[in-house]
Design a protein around this ligand. Structure first.
Ligand SMILES: Cc1ncc(COP(=O)(O)O)c(C=O)c1O
Length: 395
């Protein structure tokens, strides 16, 4: 049986092994363990790639979100507008800075439905935390305009969207992370740009947010004067990780092209498979990076099992909404934080988000990474077709 991995870091390592080993050897031979040139070089390249002034390397996307909220100025007692259809870190970090999340329903692009912002606003709302899920940007033109009119901070959860862009009405093109007061990226190993371990980056155009983030990523210390200004954590990105990421950064633009090629193969192969909806939104203002290639599928759980049985690994992100996790379902568990999140949907229901729930029942992510071959992508398409008993031919 042909096996198709969901991700394949070993293949990437084999393809660039000499360069990774050389970077490793160079860093350890120099004894360059923390806060060295490899980190500052990486931050410079990363900032340039995102089209922002500053990048601050940290040890995970979760840390970048906490830092982004704190450095941008979200305070205890604040309400932050975000979504439930996301990884838990988006929401937990809001609680961990002492604020409370309000969870908006999502649209058909899996992202925050911006029409709900007005309805979600209260006098305590100070910030929006949009999540650019699956490598597709939120409607940032609308969100930024709303935030500016209402005087709200914007902290982008760009964990899944490094390199995704949007063409604005004035013709300019902006990338994920460059819209708000801070942008927060995950370089978790399975992301489009994954480190060899956990890594993350905060980006910003605001000098004061950058300074504060740099102090707060290392216990609140000004590394120049050795004075401490904030209570914080140790969130540093290790220099070795930065050196390994510098190797990957050289290939990253090419890897993004390859991700789009594979997405096109899936799109062409599956567009006539009526029980499946592919993630193409026919809006050429958006350039996606397909961190996940998510389809909506009838009989999703049966399809997943069929693909598993046929050696094809897939992922369901996520089978149930975050607000139904034990953490929220049992109010005792959440009571030491800022209380239960408020849910905001078009229907006005107080304990459910209808689109979020429906998406959780239907989504499944297919294997997609630069090292995946055309033949493997074709095999995934054929196997999905055979599940739905559709005549398979050339894809
Ligand atoms: C949308 C989103 N936010 C935040 C995170 C947290 O990033 P990390 O795993 O690097 O801490 C992730 C990673 O899975 C994510 O997908």
């Amino acid at each position: 049986m042909q096996k198709v991995r969901f991700v394949n870091p070993q293949k990437q390592y084999q393809d660039h092994k000499e360069e990774f080993i050389a970077a490793f050897d160079d860093v350890l031979s120099r004894g360059a363990i923390v806060m060295q040139n490899d980190l500052s070089d990486f931050e410079e390249t990363f900032a340039r790639f995102c089209g922002v002034k500053h990048a601050v390397g940290v040890n995970s996307g979760t840390s970048a979100i906490w830092l982004g909220l704190r450095a941008a100025g979200v305070k205890p007692g604040d309400e932050v507008l975000t979504v439930a259809h996301t990884f838990i870190a988006t929401i937990s970090e809001i609680y961990l800075v002492g604020a409370t999340p309000t969870l908006l329903d999502v649209g058909n692009d899996y992202n925050m439905d911006p029409k709900l912002l007005e309805k979600a606003l209260t006098p305590n709302t100070t910030a929006i935390e949009p999540v650019h899920l699956n490598g597709h940007l939120c409607d940032m033109e609308f969100i930024m305009d709303f935030a500016q009119r209402k005087g709200l901070l914007v902290i982008e959860d760009a964990a899944q969207a490094l390199g995704a862009s949007l063409r604005l009405a004035d013709g300019s093109v902006k990338k994920a992370g460059s819209f708000g007061n801070a942008g927060c990226f995950s370089l978790y190993w399975a992301k489009a740009l994954g480190g060899w371990g956990n890594n993350g980056v905060l980006v910003t155009n605001d000098d004061s947010v950058a300074d504060k983030a740099r102090f707060m990523r290392y216990n609140g210390e000004d590394r120049q004067t050795r004075k401490f200004y904030y209570h914080s954590h140790n969130l540093l990105m290790d220099n070795l990780h930065a050196a390994l990421l510098n190797v990957k950064m050289k290939y990253f633009p090419r890897w993004l092209e390859r991700r789009r090629e594979i997405a096109a193969l899936y799109h062409n192969g599956l567009r006539d498979v009526s029980p499946v909806q592919t993630p193409h939104f026919d809006d050429n203002r958006y350039t996606d990076i397909y961190t996940n290639y998510v389809i909506r599928a009838e009989r999703r759980d049966e399809l997943k099992k069929y693909l598993d049985d046929n050696g094809i690994e897939t992922l369901v992100s996520w089978p149930s909404p975050t607000y139904s996790e034990p953490l929220f379902a049992d109010p005792k568990l959440n009571s030491e934080y800022g209380g239960q999140p408020r849910l905001v949907s078009e229907s006005g229901a107080i304990n459910t988000l209808p689109n979020t729930e429906k998406i959780c029942r239907e989504v499944i992510s297919l294997p997609l990474y630069p090292e995946l071959s055309d033949e493997e992508a074709g095999h995934v398409v054929q196997t999905i077709k055979s599940f739905y008993s559709i005549e398979t031919g050339e894809t």
